[in-house]
Design a protein around this ligand. Structure first.
Ligand code: FAD
Length: 433
């Protein structure tokens, strides 16, 4: 690094870091982004569905230039048992193709993160890749005044940490609650190549249209978490996300879960003939709204996964990362006006996050966390019984339909018990309210 001072240092060139860099560079702030990978995106893993409202705020009309693989027009959520799939939601609509709806897109993180960083560079940000940040530098009052890296020291008025879920710097700084197996998820993903026509036939898509299929139940052995299949242009992203503690409690390896999912009778035909291209694994912050680490301190802001910002319901992380990157950049611009970077001045960042969809959505889904954390077996037993009810109610016998359905309903309520049904309905209402 030729310079030894920047107005703002950003650690990490993922969606959070580049969103902050772009926001600051647009306002002519001297901003330096330090990334340990050899290029932005080189170290990143994701199922690769981009929920794109924050990106639209940053780069209106991004759809024209961004390296988008497919526009998601079909979203399906299913519950899998050992041999059955019960789809609980399957929406397939052309409305998501309209340019006014900046909705969901599949992206390849390597090319997307690189493109996004290039937009910040064009706006004036400086990127240094292949540099590992080892430590935050603090003055005698504990104010963050720079970073120590594998290639020397860089000082700044303010530092934005956007170094991802395993934010070692945040932990070293004693600011983050220690990563705990119950608050961290692990995602494993395989990229499977298939001819374009096969992808479109199997998922019932037209050219450039995409699908996001998510599954609960059997793929994660009825624990919190789930599995997914996402369509890219010429590949599928197939993965499983589960809590670290569940893996160790059950003594299972994540790749075994992934293999079992790929071989599930309702799944294997979707992947048949595909050629495996890549495996990757990454952790996800699942501490939830009530256990977030501090978002700011003197001279420091934390954005994206490093701040625990993830919507656990649909594993929406990139959007929250970009929105928080944007807001951390705006907070630094505000601090620049005062020439002060104290926790109090930077606190505006937390206020912006609380007023936005980022923390409001996380607050809404915090009950989902409780729902799944307390007694996931209730939830799963209920869904298993619902699959059996649907099977019994729709099988063809010599009984009149009315009698058959009422018998299936009787079996369903007998399996679950009215007490459990009422309790679960109440918990679901609490979650949805
Ligand atoms: C299997 C899986 C599936 C997912 N699916 C989706 C999905 O479909 N949609 C979605 O929106 N989200 C998804 N996510 C979550 C999403 O990937 C993250 O929320 C998002 O990448 C967070 O962005 P970020 O910028 O905060 O962190 P990251 O993208 O992790 O970027 C952090 C960057 O910091 C760099 N870095 C780390 N430490 C240092 C250091 N000390 N010095 C220098 N550089 C450093 C890293 O190399 C990396 O480039 C998924 C995650 C996983 C694991």
């Amino acid at each position: 690094m030729a310079e030894d001072f920047a107005e703002c240092i950003i650690v990490g060139a993922g969606p959070a870091g580049s969103a902050a860099a772009l926001t600051l560079a647009k306002s002519r702030v001297n901003v330096h982004v330090l990334e340990r990978g050899n290029s932005p995106g080189a170290k990143n893993v994701s199922g690769a569905i981009l929920y794109a409202n924050a990106l639209n705020d940053l780069i209106p009309g991004f759809r024209v230039e961004a390296p988008i693989e497919r526009t998601v027009v079909r979203q399906r959520y299913s519950f899998l048992t050992k041999d059955a799939e019960m789809s609980v939601f399957d929406l397939h609509t052309d409305q998501f193709k309209h340019t006014t709806m900046h909705n969901m897109f599949s992206v390849n993180r390597r090319s997307f993160d690189k493109w996004f960083a290039d937009q910040a560079i064009k706006a004036g940000a400086t990127y240094h890749t292949g540099i590992l940040v080892d430590k935050l530098i603090q003055d005698s009052q504990g104010v963050v005044i720079g970073v120590e890296t594998s290639q020397g020291t860089l000082r700044a008025n303010v530092v934005i940490l956007a170094d991802g879920a395993n934010s070692i710097l945040n932990r070293h700084n004693g600011r983050s609650r220690r990563s705990h197996a119950t608050t961290m998820g692990l995602g494993v993903k395989e990229t499977i190549r298939l001819p374009i026509g096969k992808i479109e036939d199997r998922f019932n898509l037209e050219r450039n249209e995409g699908a996001s299929f998510k599954y609960l139940g059997e793929p994660v052995q009825y624990s919190p978490g789930g599995a997914f299949i996402l369509t890219n242009n010429e590949t599928l992203s197939v993965g499983v996300v589960t809590r670290l503690s569940d893996l160790s409690d059950k003594g299972v390896r994540p790749y075994d879960l992934l293999d079992a999912f790929k071989n599930h009778p309702r799944i294997r035909r979707l992947l048949e003939g595909g050629v495996s291209e890549e495996y990757s694994a990454h952790i996800l912050p699942e501490m939830g709204y009530d256990h977030l680490p501090p978002l700011t301190s003197d001279g420091l802001l934390v954005a994206g996964d490093a701040a625990g910002l993830l919507n656990v319901l649909c594993h929406e992380g990139m959007n929250l990362a970009m929105a928080s990157g944007l807001m951390s950049g705006l907070a630094v611009l505000e601090a620049n006006k005062h020439g002060k970077y104290s926790n109090k001045v930077l606190g505006i960042y937390g206020k912006m996050l609380h007023q936005s969809f980022v923390l409001q959505d996380m607050k809404t889904v915090r009950h989902f966390h409780e729902l799944m954390k307390e007694k996931p077996e209730y939830f799963n037993e209920l869904l298993k019984a619902a699959v059996q009810f649907a099977t019994d109610a729709t099988s063809i016998t010599d009984k009149p339909k009315k009698e058959q359905i009422s018998r299936a309903w009787h079996d369903f309520t007998a399996t679950c018990g009215w007490g459990t049904l009422t309790k679960e309905a109440f918990r679901l209402w609490k979650f949805l309210r």
